[in-house]
Design a protein around this ligand. Structure first.
Ligand code: SAM
Length: 317
């Protein structure tokens, strides 16, 4: 379905839970999130109705995210059923990877074709610091499990944080030479929960090009990243610049929150309820939300924080 600005909306990101087993400093408050009442969250059947309704309007790609999607007890059933919805051609998942050692193979069997794993640092102490409670070894085991499970594509996502991991750009990029995976560097987005990050933390993806002059540009793959490759590497390096060079004009996404609201724009306040609607009501609400998708998210930088009205874990980053 085309939105009011002629963008073809084909991609829905679904947050299946706001809960997470980590507390990343740029994403979540230290105390975690207040668990919402069960009856306020989408049930599995409602979520599947929403997927069917979205597919009827032209959504072909789904990304399951959160919170941490793998802490959701019925994640395999959700994936299996979502992958089987007519019209859905691609089911991807974004995870911190720590639970992949047991779940990678079952997820692949359930129809997940691609997995993005968050990895901001290769230093165990820094990993514990940024995630407030996680262990790098668990994420590394998860990445190995994903490599063994036979996904079509594995990407590692690093949020670039000035003074924290910009010194690790070469080491993170080097992983694309050692393993068949892609590396994505993502600019830190100023959300309500990361007001305590100073302006020095918000660095543009251009620093990756400064640190890695040997990068060779490669053609885009249809995603929002500008793509490069290290000579001899198996995977690509992607730069995702929502802050320094927003890609709103090419945005083809909507987001479904775990409490059943459609957010047509990550950084805008507009939300449209699907919770409590029947299938036809969901189709209508989805159409309305797509037509209300704003042309861009407004200024976003160290001074102008996101107007999303929710933290990233409540939206599904
Ligand atoms: N728990 C999963 C994970 O860690 O990948 C999925 C949810 S997390 C919200 C999805 C992605 O959003 C992660 O790659 C995370 O690094 C990214 N993210 C969260 N907050 C962000 C921020 N303020 N700026 C940029 N990326 C952010």
């Amino acid at each position: 379905m085309l939105d009011s600005f002629g963008r073809n909306i084909t991609y829905m990101r679904i947050s299946v839970t706001e809960l997470c087993n980590l507390r990343c400093r740029y994403c979540m408050p230290e105390e975690g999130v207040c668990k919402k009442a069960h009856e306020d969250m989408l049930t599995e059947d409602e979520l599947l109705d929403a997927v069917r309704a979205a597919a009827s309007l032209g959504i072909t790609k789904l990304r399951v995210t959160g919170g941490e999607p793998l802490v959701k007890k019925n994640i395999l059933s959700i994936c299996r059923r979502a992958a089987a919805v007519p019209g859905i051609r691609e089911l991807c998942i974004t995870t911190n990877g720590t639970l992949l050692p047991t779940l990678a193979k079952p997820l692949r069997e359930a129809g997940v074709s691609r997995v993005n794993i968050s990895l901001d640092t290769l230093d165990a102490g820094k990993y514990r610091y940024i995630s407030r409670c996680g262990a790098l070894s668990q994420a590394a085991d998860g990445i190995r499990a994903a490599l063994d499970a036979g996904f079509e594509k594995i990407k590692l996502n690093a949020v670039l944080i000035g003074g924290f991991n910009d010194d690790e750009i070469p080491a993170l990029a080097e992983l694309t030479r050692r393993y068949p995976l892609d590396m994505r560097f993502i600019e830190l987005m100023p959300m309500v929960d990361n007001r305590n990050f100073g302006p020095e933390a918000f660095i543009p993806c251009a620093v990756v090009l400064d640190r890695l002059p040997e990068l060779v540009p490669v053609p885009p793959d249809g995603g929002v990243a500008r793509l490069y490759r290290l000579p001899g590497a198996m995977g690509s390096i992607g730069l995702i610049s929502p802050v320094s060079a927003h890609f709103c004009a090419a945005c083809n996404r909507i987001r479904l929150t775990a409490d059943g609201r459609i957010k047509p724009c990550l950084h805008s306040g507009g939300e449209y309820a699907l919770k409590g609607l029947d299938y036809d009501g969901m189709v209508e609400a989805l159409q309305h939300s797509i037509l209300c998708k704003p042309s861009w998210h407004g200024a976003l930088d160290a001074e102008n924080h996101s107007r999303a009205g929710r933290s990233m874990n409540q939206i599904g980053g």
